[in-house]
Design a protein around this ligand. Structure first.
Ligand code: FAD
Ligand code: NAD
Length: 484
């Protein structure tokens, strides 16, 4: 969980002392948002970052993966252009190094923008690894050899997470990669075995399949992205299989080795031992909280749940003045949740009384088609409210989706006994943008009446959300439903 180097060597150079209202450790989406919000509230703020402004999300997570997914989707589009009258004489070729350079440009632009925003807000950026030996002081050994002791009454811990490294034999071998390396390949792999069928695996499987890689997904649970609505995941599975992705469920990977010039992945499946072969192996079996630099606080009694820092809904830890946010406190591992938690922690650190609400955050998956959900699944909703009504609308019943040649999938909404939205799931075009309407409805405690009374523009994909609600009320217009 923590290492010996989690404490500083006080025999080193005497420190330069600086005093702040708030010190944030980690400049990922949680940390940088917290720092900016606290500065907006008038705080004197420092943010300590050991590697890169923007953290995992902007540098090796959300943004670079979405840049490459966008490119892969554009490339795949050429396969069906003839159907809509665009004749491309031959399939274009793909230049992986150029795509990776484009991705790097996107990352640079965004991370430079965030650094500029921090500075514009008067936040001091301290480069180096932050370590807390005693409450109230963050020590940073800077790359240029200076040691800084940053004194603050309030500290926000935002050190994020790191990929889980299962102790499989062969995990350290060549061509065994994690998501970070998968974003930096210099060619399109001929074949790829994904260990895990969670969010990272399905996004990368979708990406490389579109570029021409033979992809295999090996997932130990009975379903990919197991926490999502089962019929949505089934639809994705069907689409993936149609595109040639080989999916093995209920199959637990145990070892990786080399055979016949390729990687060989050994697993146990429903019918016993099974082996998969690929040029590369992508390990995507989860990420663990990174409580780096806080051994001193743990020794002083910081409450932990294994590697995670325990917090309440104000993002307060059990130690006065110490907050934790994002993947480190790990209520969920999503950038937008980390950002909201950053704002909440900053407000509270600056004297406010703000609480996090977890009931309405959207869960996006950037495959094509996209998946997005909020709130409960149907099974969870039925458990909570036996009177739940389910509305489902296929994209084929939506004019804009038809006109855009994007009719795969559906929108499903769960309406509670009082007309409230208990949850929603979308698989299909622009799902990750559309889901916000249901999040907002849930956050604002709107009922179906307000959604139905709101005119949605035509033709748009957003009409399907209203139509799904109408369908739950057995009064959909664009699919046939027997009247109530
Ligand atoms: P991080 O972003 O991990 O940032 C933590 C920062 O702290 C890092 O910059 C690190 O260098 C720094 N740090 C650590 N220890 C110290 C120390 N002692 N001193 C100084 N600095 C330190 N989420 C989504 O919502 N949408 C997505 O599409 C999405 N895609 C993803 C794709 C991939 C491939 C991956 C890996 C993740 C993805 N995520 C996505 C998850 C998202 O990246 C994380 O939830 C998010 O980055 C968490 O933010 P954070 O601020 O808690 O931590
Ligand atoms: P995950 O927890 O989503 O999925 C890991 C999967 O690996 C699980 O389904 C698990 O059953 C499986 N697994 C574990 N051990 C296995 C074994 N030995 N054999 C076969 N399968 C095994 O984790 P992830 O996909 O690594 O993603 C990490 C985090 O990053 C997620 O929690 C997610 O929140 C975040 N993320 C989010 C997005 C997004 O929002 N679009 C994208 C990427 C990552």
């Amino acid at each position: 969980m923590t290492t010996a180097s989690d404490t500083t060597n006080t025999a080193l150079t005497p420190a330069v002392h600086e005093t702040y209202d708030l010190v944030v450790i980690g400049a990922g989406p949680g940390g940088y948002v917290a720092a900016i919000r606290a500065a907006q509230l008038g705080g004197r703020v420092a943010i300590v970052e050991k590697q890169y402004i923007g953290g995992t999300c902007l540098n090796v997570g959300c943004i670079p993966s979405k840049a490459l997914l966008h490119i892969a989707e554009e490339y795949q589009r050429f396969d069906s252009l003839a159907e809509i009258g665009i004749i491309v004489p031959q399939k274009p070729t793909f230049d992986m190094p150029a795509a990776v350079r484009h991705k790097a440009k996107v990352v640079k632009q965004l991370t430079s923008g965030v650094a500029a925003l921090l500075k514009a807000n008067g936040v001091t950026i301290v480069n180096g690894r932050g370590v807390i030996d005693e409450p109230g002081v963050v020590t940073v050994d800077q790359p240029e050899g200076t040691r800084k002791a940053l004194h603050a009454n309030k500290i926000i811990l935002a050190q994020g997470s790191v990929p889980a490294r299962p102790p499989f034999p062969g995990i350290d071998g060549a061509k065994v990669i994690f998501s970070t390396e998968a974003l930096e390949l210099d060619h399109v792999p001929e074949s790829l075995v994904c260990i895990g069928g969670g969010v990272i695996a399905v996004e990368f499987a979708c990406l490389f399949n579109a570029l021409g890689t033979k992809v295999t997904i090996v997932e130990m649970l009975p379903s990919m992205i197991a926490y999502e609505e089962p019929d949505v995941v089934k639809q994705l599975e069907k689409t993936f299989r149609k595109r040639g992705i080989d999916i093995h469920l209920n199959t637990r990977v145990e070892a990786i080795s080399d055979a016949d010039g390729k990687k060989s992945v050994t697993a146990t499946g429903p019918n016993g031992p099974i082996t998969f072969s690929g040029e590369y192996v992508l390990v995507a079996v989860g990420r663990g909280a990174n409580p780096e630099g806080v051994k001193g606080l743990i020794d002083h009694g910081l409450a932990m749940d294994r590697a995670k820092v325990i917090v309440n809904d104000k993002m307060e830890t059990n130690m006065a003045g110490v907050y934790a946010i994002g993947d480190l406190s790990g209520k969920t591992q999503l950038a937008h949740v980390a950002m909201m938690e950053g704002e909440v922690a900053a407000e509270n650190a600056m004297g406010g009384d703000v609480h996090m609400s977890y009931a309405t955050f959207p869960r996006p998956v950037y495959t094509f088609p996209e998946i997005a959900s909020v709130g409960l699944t149907e099974a969870q909703a039925r458990e909570q409210d036996p009177g739940v009504k389910v509305g489902t609308i296929p994209w084929a019943a939506n004019g804009k989706a038809l006109a855009s040649d994007a009719t795969e999938g559906f929108t499903k909404v769960l309406v509670g006994s009082y007309g409230e939205i208990l949850g929603a799931s979308i698989i299909g075009p622009d799902a990750t943008n559309l889901i916000t309407e249901f999040s907002l409805a849930m956050q604002g405690e709107l009922t179906v009446s307000e959604i139905i009374e709101t005119t949605h523009p035509h033709p748009t994909l957003s009409e399907a959300l209203r139509e799904a609600v109408l369908s739950a009320e057995k009064r959909a217009i664009h699919i046939y439903q027997r009247a109530k």
